[in-house]
Design a protein around this ligand. Sequence first.
Ligand SMILES: Nc1ncnc2c1ncn2[C@@H]1O[C@H](COP(=O)(O)OP(=O)(O)OP(=O)(O)O)[C@@H](O)[C@H]1O
Ligand SMILES: O=P(O)(O)OC[C@H]1O[C@H](OP(=O)(O)OP(=O)(O)O)[C@H](O)[C@@H]1O
Length: 216
Amino acid sequence: MRYLTFALGKGRLANQTLETFEKIGITCEEMKDKKTRKLIFVNEEYKLRFFLAKGPDVPTYVEYGAADIGIVGKDTILEEGRNIYEVLDLGFGKCKMCVCGPKEAEELLKHREQIRVATKYPKIAKDYFYNKKHQTVEIIKLNGSIELAPIVGLSEVIVDIVETGSTLRENGLSVLEEVIPLSARMVVNQVSMKMENERITKLITDLKSVLSSQEV
Ligand SMILES: Nc1ncnc2c1ncn2[C@@H]1O[C@H](COP(=O)(O)OP(=O)(O)OP(=O)(O)O)[C@@H](O)[C@H]1O
Ligand SMILES: O=P(O)(O)OC[C@H]1O[C@H](OP(=O)(O)OP(=O)(O)O)[C@H](O)[C@@H]1O
């Protein structure tokens, strides 16, 4: 039996991903060691390999078949636009992609002014404004602390992830429009889905049954 390889996004989704796998009996104790600098972990019993990668790189590893399976946020899947199968909504890492800004920016959006939009997600923002709203905007790519942009005058609004809303509140900004709800998803390489169909289908079935038993 060959190894099935999993690419997991490091950061926010990693702990819940490992907890979810534990519920279906897949454990990888070594990976929980926060101090380790090791990059790849093996579960000999089930012939599985796991590695942690930057979120946006997960769809890349999966498209090229360097990983059979990936766990990553829906935002990253949409932004990266890779040829991969999205097979399961894992139900954690829930948040929303939103257009946010100061309340005054509501008027600019309403009147379809040619505003500047700062975001870490230029593809999602472009798709939303151009294809869904048919509004011409200037997209400015940033890499973090997106909420700064309207405060310091870099843009009128932002397109960013909102979870609890605290970052917006603490910076005097609000949600102006909701773009799309997000959560962690399981993605699969297109060839692996055929070659390892039985093992991957069983994994999806086991995960689904754990997820449905968690729903109230
Ligand atoms: N409050 C949140 N902020 C950002 N992402 C969140 C939040 N809540 C849930 N998520 C989900 O968690 C995923 C991983 O988030 P995380 O911040 O760890 O990664 P990242 O944004 O890719 O990394 P980095 O912080 O290194 O740029 C996101 O892609 C998103 O789907
Ligand atoms: O609604 P909240 O619960 O406040 O969460 C949303 C915030 O969290 C994320 O930023 P992150 O912490 O990843 O930092 P970054 O801005 O440097 O990407 C996101 O970009 C928002 O800024």
